[in-house]
Design a protein around this ligand. Structure first.
Ligand code: ADP
Ligand code: MG
Length: 350
C-alpha cells in the first residue's frame, strides 16, 4: 500500500501541493485528475522521488520512503513525451537506461514487447526514429515495466497521441494493469480517461485533493460545483437556501412557481446539479421539477440531440441530451419546460 500523509510541496511562495493524504492499495489503478496546474505532476514526482516534499511523508507498505532516491524506490515513470534515444534500436532503448542505472532488464525484451502489443520480430531491432508516436509510447511503457516496479507512474502518457490511439492504448493500459499485478498511478486532465480507466479517482483542484472515490461515486455524487462541472456535462441551478419546504430548498429562479427539490445533502447546498442526460425538454411539465424556457438551438450528437434552452426568468442557458426522436418533437423558438426528476439531482455547496 502506498500512503501519502499530509504531503505538501512549496516552490518558493507557491504552494503546488497542499496537505494531500491518500492511500492506494497494491494493484489498484488510480487516476489523479484535475485541471492544468492543480499539482498532479508534483504529486507524481514526489512519489517517484524526483521531488522532495516540503512537509509530510510517503510510505510504501509502512516503510518511510520520503527521502529515498528515485533509484532506490520500486517505482518507474512514463512521461507524456517518450524520451527515447532516436539512434538506438528498440531493444537498446529498453536495455541501456536500465543498465546505466546498474540494474538489469527484468525478463526478455521479446516478452516485454509482447506485453505492450509490439511484435518482437518486427520491432526489437528497429531504430527508435522509425517508430510512430504510439509505438514510441509503447516502447517507453515496456522500458518502465522492464524495471519491474511495484508502482508504475504515468504522467499524461497518451496526451500527445491522436484520439483513436488514445482510446486503444487506454484500454491496453487497463489490461496491462490486470495482467501485471502492479499498482498504476495515472495522471490526466481528461475526465473521460479518468472515468473509463480507473478503479478510483482522486480529484485535485488548486493544489488540494478535493474528492476521491470510484468513477461512479465521483460522477454521481460530486462534492462541489467545480467537480460536477469538471466531471461531466451538467446544468447548474442556484438554490435559495433560506426557502425550504421541509423536504429541501427551492430553486432560486425568480420563477412565479418555484419548485422545491428533495435531498438537501451535506452542509448548506447552494447549487443543484442536473446532468444533461438526466434533463429533458418538453412543452408541458412531465417530470417532478422544471423551469420555463425557450429553445434556441438543437445539435445532433450521433444518436442523441443536445437541446439548448434559455431560461425565461433566469436568462441562463441550459442543455438537455435527449433521444433523437424526442428531440424531433421540439423546434427552435418553442416555449418549454427544462425538467428532471428529483432523484436525478445532486445538491452541492459552493
Ligand atoms: P499539473 O501537473 O496538475 O498541471 P503541476 O504539478 O505541474 O500541475 O504544477 C503545480 C503548480 O506548481 C503549478 O502552479 C506549477 O507552475 C508549479 N510548479 C511545478 N513545478 C515547479 C517548479 N519546478 N518550480 C516552480 N513551480 C513549479
Ligand atoms: Mg502535469
Amino acid at each position: 500500500m502506498l500512503t501519502l500523509q499530509s504531503v505538501s510541496k512549496n516552490f518558493g511562495e507557491l504552494v503546488a501541493v497542499d496537505d494531500v493524504s491518500f492511500e492506494i492499495e497494491s494493484g489498484e489503478l488510480v487516476t489523479l485528475v484535475g485541471p492544468s496546474g492543480s499539482g498532479k505532476s508534483t504529486v507524481l514526482n514526489m512519489i517517484a522521488g524526483h521531488l522532495e516534499p516540503s512537509a509530510g511523508s510517503i510510505l510504501l507498505d509502512g516503510t518511510d520512503i520520503t527521502r529515498m532516491s528515485p533509484q532506490e524506490r520500486p517505482t518507474s515513470m512514463v512521461f507524456q513525451s517518450w524520451a527515447l534515444f532516436p539512434h538506438m534500436t528498440v531493444r537498446e532503448n529498453i536495455e541501456f537506461p536500465i543498465e546505466a542505472n546498474g540494474r538489469s532488464v527484468n525478463g526478455e525484451i521479446e516478452d516485454l514487447l509482447r506485453q505492450v502489443r509490439l511484435d518482437p520480430t518486427a520491432y526489437a531491432e528497429k531504430s527508435a526514429e522509425e517508430l510512430s508516436g504510439g509505438e514510441k509510447q509503447r516502447v517507453a511503457l515496456a522500458r518502465a515495466i522492464a524495471y519491474d516496479p511495484d508502482i508504475l507512474l504515468l504522467d499524461e502518457p497518451l496526451a500527445s497521441l491522436d484520439y483513436v490511439l488514445q482510446k486503444q492504448l487506454r484500454r491496453e493500459l487497463n489490461d496491462l494493469n490486470e495482467e501485471l499485478d502492479m499498482t498504476f498511478v495515472y495522471v490526466t486532465h481528461s475526465l473521460e480517461s479518468a472515468l473509463i480507466i480507473s478503479d478510483r479517482i482522486f480529484v485535485l483542484d488548486q493544489s488540494q485533493l478535493v474528492q476521491s472515490g470510484t468513477p461512479v461515486e465521483i460522477y454521481q455524487e460530486p462534492k462541489n460545483r467545480f467537480i460536477a462541472e469538471f466531471m461531466g456535462d451538467a446544468n447548474v441551478f442556484p438554490l435559495d437556501s433560506s426557502a425550504t419546504d421541509g423536504d429541501g430548498f427551492r430553486l432560486d429562479t425568480a420563477d412565479d412557481d418555484p419548485t422545491p427539490f428533495a435531498d438537501a445533502g451535506d452542509g448548506e447546498p447552494r447549487h443543484l446539479i442536473v446532468r444533461y442526460d438526466e434533463t429533458a425538454v418538453a412543452p408541458t411539465l412531465e417530470r417532478d421539477v422544471g423551469i420555463r424556457g425557450t429553445v434556441f438551438n438543437k445539435l445532433m450528437k450521433g444518436n442523441d440531440t443536445l437541446v439548448e434552452v434559455t431560461g425565461t426568468e433566469t436568462d441562463e442557458q441550459y442543455f438537455a441530451e435527449m433521444d433523437y426522436d424526442d428531440a424531433e418533437q421540439i423546434d427552435n423558438g418553442d416555449e418549454v419546460y427544462v425538467q428532471w426528476n428529483r432523484g436525478d439531482t445532486v445538491a452541492v455547496p459552493e
